[in-house]
Design a protein around this ligand. Sequence first.
Ligand SMILES: *Cc1c(COP(=O)(O)O)cnc(C)c1O
Length: 239
Amino acid sequence: MTIGENIQTIGERIRAAEQRFGRELGSVQLLAVSKKHPAAAIREAFAVGQHCFGENYVQEMTEKAAELTDTGIEWHFIGPIQSNKTKAIAVTARWVHSVDSLKVAQRLSAQKPASAPAINVCLQVNISDEASKSGVSPSQVPKLARQIALLPGLKLRGLMAIPAPEHEFERQRAVFAQVRLLQQNLNAQGFALDTLSMGMTDDMEAAIAEGATIVRIGTAIFGCRNAINTGKMALTNPL
Ligand SMILES: *Cc1c(COP(=O)(O)O)cnc(C)c1O
């Protein structure tokens, strides 16, 4: 299967899930997660109409963005954020899904180039995995959302979650339902959050069932990632 064929297949899976779970057709956007895959693979996906790409590592995103400036790709940053790396993120990414502290949000707000549109921001919620260090605990989300909503240069769009791996569909769904309820509670308090960034290759359908508006798909598009990230991008397509 080529990358183009994989994207077509994922599109069909998304549309089937929209239909099956009563979601409006076209309400779920595909974010292609290209971490650890080379710029050439991204170009292949872009050639079949995929315009949004997610990256986890700042330097990798910056290097690929520099190689692909001719495309006008929309970059989404989805990885853990060290506060000393926010400048590069603010310059390159139109979306940041993984904001989990006021400090990071303040730096993105201050470092966004004046000429650039507001950065779209999601708060990453630590929904199921107590061991994970990323994400805000659900009880802290309303306070942080209120603080971030006041920052210039950022547009708070919604919530992002990476649940602990879970094989059973109904259990996947139960966790995503908690994220959806959190969003509903915020909107009942006056927010107008329109984004739920949730669902990956193995739990995409459950996420769509519970209201995902962006699914972040890597493996099903680009194949397996090399286990060892040498810091250099792979030169060969692992597919
Ligand atoms: C790697 C990654 C993905 C993609 O996961 P797949 O299982 O390869 O689809 C999605 N979201 C985040 C935050 C990731 O780090």
